[in-house]
Design a protein around this ligand. Structure first.
Ligand code: PEP
Length: 263
């Protein structure tokens, strides 16, 4: 596999939290916190995933204040336009300068019955509109007991990438369902043991160069105190952060992981 440097990606999934006014306040505070700490912007990419109704406000603020955060959405429709009440097209997201879109989050799989086929269709819809899909995969506690850690996430990623063109620009997020919102994160070693086979799936489906360039994130109860451990692993290139991304000081500390990782 070709040797490339992958810029770490720290992504904040706000889920169904913060209205557009609260969103503006949080983005401003986060920007100030990082500036106060003299954080070096280019060393880490930061992406925010607000609710749909906040996107326009956050986009406007980021552009006006030249804040270097990337914008992403939490979901998109498999369709491009038409009679699909309540759905949001990838083309609308691209028009709002979204770079990323989360696909197949375990909460979508669990509460909205999103199957692997839907996740695959959404992955293609994102790519069709020039968005980078952040494809979430992960095993439940029951899966872990029955099949071990990597079997289910590997199968989910294989399904999501079915028919995707070689070289596609994607992000993979390994999120053990048992770790999400539980306060009980996987260990860095457990994360590495799954992220490495996930990168191998990308190599198999999209080619060695794509696999070397693809960021594989860990998600599930990431906080300021455990991020450094994950970032030391060779196949973990960042984090998808839920709860802690709503707390300015915690999220700023996660973004500044290089200060406490010893690199
Ligand atoms: C998530 O839901 O993607 C997530 C990682 O949540 P938390 O960080 O709160 O566990």
């Amino acid at each position: 596999m070709a040797a490339v440097t992958r810029t770490p990606l720290i992504a904040g999934n706000w889920k169904m939290n913060l209205d557009h006014q609260q969103a503006i306040a949080l983005v401003q505070k986060l920007d100030w916190a990082l500036k106060d700490a003299k954080h070096e912007n280019g060393s880490v990419e930061v992406a925010l995933f607000p609710p749909f109704t906040d996107l326009r406000s956050v986009q406007t603020l980021i552009a006006a204040d030249k804040i270097s955060f990337a914008l992403g959405a939490q979901d998109l429709s498999v369709h491009d336009s038409g009679a699909y009440t309540g759905e949001i097209s990838g083309q609308f997201l691209a028009k709002l300068d979204c770079r990323y879109v989360i696909i197949g989050h375990s909460e979508r799989r669990q509460y909205h019955d999103e199957t692997d086929a839907v996740v695959a269709a959404k992955t293609k819809a994102a790519l069709r509109h020039g968005l980078v899909p952040v494809i979430c995969v992960g095993e439940t506690a029951e899966d872990l007991e029955k099949h071990g850690a990597s079997a289910v996430p590997v199968a989910q990623l294989e399904a999501a990438l079915e028919g995707v063109a070689p070289g596609a620009d994607i992000v993979v997020a390994y999120e053990p369902v048992w770790a999400i919102g539980s306060g009980q994160a996987a260990t860095p070693e457990q994360a590495q043991q799954v992220c490495a086979p996930l990168r191998a799936v990308v190599a198999d489906k999209l080619g060695a160069d794509a696999a070397a360039a693809t960021r594989v994130l860990y998600g599930g109860s990431v906080g300021a105190s455990n991020i450094a451990g994950f970032m030391r692993e060779p196949d973990v290139d960042g984090a998808l952060v839920g709860g802690a991304s709503l707390k300015v000081d915690d999220f700023a500390a996660i973004i500044r992981f290089q200060k406490h990782i010893g690199v």
